[in-house]
Write a protein that binds this ligand. Structure first.
Ligand SMILES: C[S@@+](CC[C@H](N)C(=O)[O-])C[C@H]1O[C@@H](n2cnc3c(N)ncnc32)[C@H](O)[C@@H]1O
Length: 230
């Protein structure tokens, strides 16, 4: 069977590929042709190159596969990414926002950000790696412009507060957040649903309207993706 690629019916710059064995996988169009970020397969189709997007490695892909209705991150958007790690999901966001978009990548682990710089940002002109602690957004306020969306995946206690503090400084009015919540990294003594409710409560008190909460099993255990608007 020949490989083919089709735009996702709902989300701009996200694609469905059908592979030789008939299986369907998510993909994004590669902004850095011939470069891979985490060993993902590259597919050439009609003069363009696509990167398969692994839902076991990226919670954003997992959320799309689990039936997310809104992906606020879109072509031309400016995005602030908290907890970019070595760039797995951030690189797909770079593909989605494209040449006129920009993603500011906050990461506080020096070894991890080195991989982000050398393997990802080096080849992508729409990304900045910032070795910064997301708990102190005022320290990078001179380096980051107002953004359309914030993607937060820091897996730390107080992450809803950290996200809201960043939104206060950088999120445009009417902007959106995508918030990956790992229950175990907030409070190991509580049931995941109790933890999610608490994080959602914090977002509401900080002025967000929560639009969707998607569980990420089986791709990620005890994780949800929260999508909210301010
Ligand atoms: C679960 S990983 C992120 C994975 C990544 N979002 C992806 O999908 O490719 C969480 C990352 O957040 C970073 N992190 C945790 N707390 C942070 C903070 N306060 N400031 C900046 N980075 C932080 C960690 O070093 C780690 O690399």
């Amino acid at each position: 069977m020949a490989v083919n690629v089709k735009p996702h019916p709902h989300f701009p710059a996200i694609y469905w590929t059908t592979l030789e064995d008939g299986s369907r996988k998510l993909a994004t169009k590669n902004l850095a042709p011939e470069k891979t970020v985490y060993g993902e397969r590259l597919i050439r189709y009609r003069q363009a190159e696509y990167r398969l997007w692994d839902p076991y490695r990226s919670k954003l892909a997992a959320a799309v596969l689990k039936g997310l209705e809104t992906v606020p991150i879109q072509p031309d958007h400016k995005v602030l990414y908290l907890g970019a790690a070595s760039g797995t999901t951030a690189s797909h966001i770079s593909d989605i926002i494209g040449e006129r978009g920009y993603v500011y990548c906050i990461e506080f682990a020096a070894r991890t950000i080195r991989e982000l710089v050398n393997n990802v940002c080096e080849f992508r002109f729409n990304m900045s790696p910032l070795l910064m602690d997301a708990r102190f957004p005022e320290r990078y306020s001179m380096l980051v412009e107002a953004v359309d969306d914030i993607y937060c995946d820091i897996a730390q206690p107080e992450q809803a507060k950290v996200l809201a503090d960043n939104a206060d400084l950088f999120l445009k009015a009417g902007g959106w957040i995508m918030f990956a919540v790992k229950a175990r990294s907030i409070d190991v003594t509580k049931e995941p649903s109790e933890v999610y409710q608490r994080e959602i409560g914090i977002l509401k008190t900080r002025g967000f309207q929560v639009r969707e909460v998607i569980r990420l099993e089986p791709y990620d255990k005890a994780h949800v993706m929260i999508v909210a608007e301010r």
